[in-house]
Ligand binder design. Structure first.
Ligand SMILES: [Zn+2]
Ligand SMILES: [Zn+2]
Length: 160
């Protein structure tokens, strides 16, 4: 099961996202369930940066395989101005922020970043194939350039 956990608010298109993720990961993880809204942990807010700490939010998610937190607030990680998301590699939890994905291609960007973070949970690292969804993205420009699919190499790794 993929538990889609909204944090702080229900992001736009969360139902569409749930359906798309279910199509993609059904054979590996089964159904996608949208969980009741949870508050953002104020402890994770950095008032100097006016952003939430991504790792802090990630570690407060329930450890159920696979839990994908989704939030509309801006998030950062150490040494990064912002991140689109974060995940435990070969763990159970991932987090995506919609904050920097807004704009024309929002729906596609959201699916790509959620697929990317779930890929990490399934054990994948960043991929050098720029069209692979596991390619690292520095900007929405990079997100728009890649596809929402795993390349053959990455696909083989998660299918075992
Ligand atoms: Zn990544
Ligand atoms: Zn790849």
């Amino acid at each position: 099961m993929i538990y889609l956990q909204p944090l702080g608010s229900y992001p736009n298109l969360i139902e569409t996202l749930a359906l798309e993720l279910e199509k993609k990961f059904y054979s590996i993880a089964g159904n996608v369930k949208i969980m009741p809204l949870r508050e953002l942990d104020k402890y994770c807010y950095n008032p100097f940066r006016k952003q939430y700490n991504s790792t802090c939010l990630l570690f407060r998610l329930e450890k159920r395989w696979i839990t994908l937190g989704i939030t509309e607030v801006d998030i950062y990680a150490d040494n990064m101005n912002f991140v689109f998301g974060e995940a435990e590699i070969f763990g159970s939890r991932a987090l995506v922020s919609t904050y920097r994905l807004r704009g024309e291609n929002f729906k596609e960007r959201l699916l790509k970043e959620c697929t990317h973070e779930i890929g990490h949970v399934l054990g994948l690292k960043h991929c050098s194939d720029r069209s692979c969804v596991m390619a690292f993205s520095n900007s929405v420009y990079d997100v728009d350039k890649k596809s929402d699919e795993f390349c053959e190499v990455c696909r083989r790794k998660i299918k075992g």
